[in-house]
Design a protein around this ligand. Structure first.
Ligand SMILES: NC(=O)c1ccc[n+]([C@@H]2O[C@H](COP(=O)([O-])OP(=O)(O)OC[C@H]3O[C@@H](n4cnc5c(N)ncnc54)[C@H](OP(=O)(O)O)[C@@H]3O)[C@@H](O)[C@H]2O)c1
Length: 314
């Protein structure tokens, strides 16, 4: 039986307002992309999630295809709800997404109304939830009319299956259209999810971050540690069981000598301030005015280190 830490809101976590909405999100949120699938040990996923919630992390981010296998991170989450978190449902802000390949055939991918509606229904079943707090279009679909995707987002809110909607990885002009479309229908876009970290500053260059600020939409940064590159994980080689050793979303050829040199220089800079590289990298993202950094972790020790960026120690 799990009882959440009684001091979970008094141990230092800070919360940012998400754009001009009523929602506050923790400065550090937890993502379920890796480490929560059917291939991962349930007890470890459970320990990380408990640790997160006990330290004020109220926002958990999922997607239909997180695993592996696809769907299994949501199933893990459903089990966690049953085992530990049901009594805390109203303290949690849970997101899921649809946009990438999920099931075979023409209706299991991209941005049609057909796909988004069916996918959210499936996600709710896997997660053992009546509704999610936030549903995202996971990517821009150049073939589907924007209105169709956006109206589907409006309608999932009207149907009570999501409280808020967001978009992820949409290009600038389509994002502008989305913000306007959704606002005109009284379902304003809550948040944009994009990758911003010391190695990838595209949302700043492209103007997405400025647009979010002007439109009163939040911004949450995924992969703020560049999947572990912006930590000490790879400074002395490629450890067994690391994400890079699995070679799927982070491959050894990405770690060039030039990049390793840059990481070592940043690591030395962080050490000279008494910080770790992970701490410095996350603090940098938060300083860019984002609502939250959306980290991943394969152990509670990693999460513990990452929470140092908001002053949480221990
Ligand atoms: N919208 C999108 O398209 C999209 C895309 C990607 C991600 N996301 C979201 O963003 C979340 C986070 O993405 P991410 O997992 O790539 O984030 P990340 O925080 O950049 O990377 C997490 C990985 O870095 C390593 N790590 C983390 N903290 C560490 C530490 N203190 N010391 C050493 N290594 C550490 C771990 O890898 P090891 O496994 O090697 O231990 C961990 O699994 C995802 O779960 C998902 O919710 C969204």
């Amino acid at each position: 039986m799990y009882t959440a830490h009684p001091l979970r809101y008094e141990n230092g976590m800070q919360y940012n307002r998400c754009g001009q909405s009523g929602v506050l999100l923790p400065k550090v949120s937890l993502g379920f992309w890796h480490n929560f699938g059917g291939v991962d040990p349930y007890e470890r996923s459970r320990e990380i999630t408990r640790y997160a919630f006990d330290h004020g992390i109220t926002h958990f981010d999922l997607a239909n295809n997180y695993g592996p296998p696809y769907g299994s991170a949501e199933e893990t989450f459903g089990r966690l709800m049953d085992d530990d978190f049901r009594p805390y449902r109203d303290e949690l802000f849970i997101s899921t997404k649809a946009g990438y390949d999920m099931w075979p055939g023409p209706y299991g991918n991209w941005g049609s109304r057909k796909y988004l509606m069916a996918s959210l229904d499936q996600s709710l079943k896997r997660m053992h939830l009546d509704y999610v707090d936030l549903f995202y279009s996971h990517r821009y679909d150049p073939e589907t009319p924007l209105d169709e995707t956006l109206q589907a987002l409006v309608d999932v809110v009207r149907a009570g299956k999501a409280l808020y909607v967001g978009i992820s990885r949409w290009p600038l002009e389509a994002t502008r259209t989305a913000f306007e479309y959704l606002r005109e229908r009284d379902v304003p876009c809550l948040i944009y999810q994009g990758r911003l970290n010391l190695l990838d500053r595209e949302p700043q260059r492209e103007g997405i971050l400025d647009l979010c600020r002007e439109a009163g939409v939040g911004f949450i940064s995924f992969s703020p540690l560049a999947q572990g590159l912006l930590t000490d994980r790879y400074l002395g080689g490629i450890p067994e069981q690391s994400r890079m050793s699995k070679g799927k979303t982070l491959r050894p050829d990405m770690l060039t000598d030039e990049l390793l040199g840059q990481l070592k220089a940043w690591n030395a800079e962080a050490a000279s301030h008494g910080e770790t590289l992970a701490e410095m990298a996350l603090r940098w993202v938060l300083q860019q005015g984002v609502t939250s950094v959306l980290v991943g972790a394969s152990s509670t020790a990693q999460l513990q280190e990452n929470l140092k960026c908001v002053g949480l120690r221990g």
